[in-house]
Design a protein around this ligand. Structure first.
Ligand code: ATP
Ligand code: MG
Length: 392
């Protein structure tokens, strides 16, 4: 019964002169997302609103599901369109509409009419009153409440008449592409996909880097990361996933450096490599799934030691989150089930029994000196052999 969706967007509407840029980005993200839904769609801006016309036969559920992943959308209103055949017919249509979309008819309500089509013979106040009366006649248990109605009925008088009432919540945030680009360090764990989702929600386009350590980490571990990238790309848009062969660097660190410093040194090399690829993809920041105090490598001192090698900002959207809060988001965005599949992770394979929790940067730098002989060459090979996978 719905031929059109009206898209409500909140935060982006306050952006003043930049408003049209935000709206254009939102339209483009909507078009991209709708490729995942069955049907033909026409997305357009009109008078500070975004509408989606759907050709007959489209899949309603798939469409709503796709739209619920477009950042910047606050509400999705399914609209019934009917021909303008006068106020009497409109009254019938409105009653029929309420009959169809609500099971109960005992709520308080308010009618909101807009009249873009100025030739409509009644003004919007008159239409509100007329339709209110018709609704009360049809549903005697309903009542008007103009202050806090339980149900809002919107009527837009255009060449055709638009009727809508339900607002399906969108994800909020800002349209991807309006706030720069970042490079996500994406592992197969629970946290980093959530971190990617969070930063993307603020309008940031994403690429990703995954450190793979064959044969210590299997093809299936890599596939898991690809699958996670696919799931979050429904929100973030296309991702270029860089799969770095990290084995030789890890083995070399293992060979040369004190084992209680392995994780920190390894993570410093991850950051250096991630920053290199950030340069290649014009990303302005790195993003990780770190959360303060979660593990030994995420103490204040460890984060500082890892951070020290980076020259661009490192964003850690989960820094203040408890594990359960992260898990809740992972479940909401559908990455959780994939994240908990039991494949090995390159960080856990080379991990020491008692890693340092308060590393001293100077001590770490000193240990890294022991890598001087071969590390440049190993880095060069790692960068050159990196595989880039396009995730849509
Ligand atoms: P996650 O759930 O994201 O794996 P975690 O709690 O297991 O996080 P760590 O393994 O210490 O934490 O990793 C911290 C962060 O470092 C991750 O969130 C991720 O951003 C990055 N990271 C760790 N391992 C890798 C890897 N193999 N490839 C890419 N990034 C990684
Ligand atoms: Mg991990």
């Amino acid at each position: 019964m719905f031929q059109t969706f009206l898209i409500k967007y909140g935060e982006i509407a306050i952006k003043g002169k930049n408003r049209h840029l935000f709206e254009d980005a939102l339209v483009s993200q909507i078009c991209h997302a709708l490729k995942r839904a069955e049907g033909e769609f026409h997305v357009y801006k009109e008078q500070g609103r975004i509408y989606i016309d759907c050709a007959p036969g489209y899949d309603y559920d798939e469409t709503v599901e796709a739209l619920q992943k477009v950042f910047g959308i606050v509400g999705i209103c399914p609209v019934m369109k009917c021909a303008d055949e006068g106020i009497d017919k409109l009254g019938d249509d409105v009653v029929e509409f309420l009959n169809q979309i609500y099971e109960r008819h005992d709520q308080s309500f308010k009618v909101f009419t807009r009249r873009p089509k100025k030739s409509f013979p009644l003004d919007s106040m008159e239409v509100n009153a007329e339709l209110g009366g018709r609704i009360l006649d049809a549903f005697p248990d309903m009542r008007v409440d103009v202050h806090e109605p339980q149900l809002q009925l919107y009527v837009e008088l255009r060449d055709e008449i638009f009727i809508y009432s339900k607002v399906i919540p969108g994800p909020g945030g800002m349209p991807v592409g309006t706030n720069g680009r970042a490079m996500l360090l994406l592992s197969g764990g629970i946290d980093s996909p959530v971190a990617g989702y969070m930063i993307s929600k603020r309008g940031v386009s994403l690429d990703a880097v995954y450190f793979h350590a064959p044969p210590y980490t299997s093809e299936r571990a890599k596939q898991k990361v690809i699958d996670l990238a696919k799931i979050i790309s429904a929100y973030t848009g296309p991702i270029r996933l860089h799969v770095v062969n990290f084995t030789d660097i890890q083995l070399y660190i293992y060979d040369k450096c004190p084992h209680d410093e392995l994780t920190i040194i390894m993570r410093r090399y991850m950051m250096r490599i991630a920053e290199y690829f950030a340069g290649e993809t014009h990303a302005q920041a790195l993003v990780t799934g770190e959360s303060l105090g979660q593990v030994a490598s995420q103490t204040m001192q460890s984060l500082a030691a890892t951070n020290e090698v980076c020259t661009i900002p490192v964003f850690r959207p989960l820094i203040g989150f408890d594990k359960q809060e992260i898990v809740d988001i992972a479940q909401k965005i559908d990455t959780f089930e994939t994240s908990i599949l039991p494949f090995e992770d390159c960080c856990t394979i080379f991990v020491a029994k008692h890693p340092v929790t308060k590393p001293n940067v100077n001590v770490i730098k000193c240990s890294e000196k022991k890598l001087d002989e071969k590390i440049d060459e190993l880095m060069r090979v790692a960068l050159e052999t990196t595989e880039v996978i396009r995730i849509e």
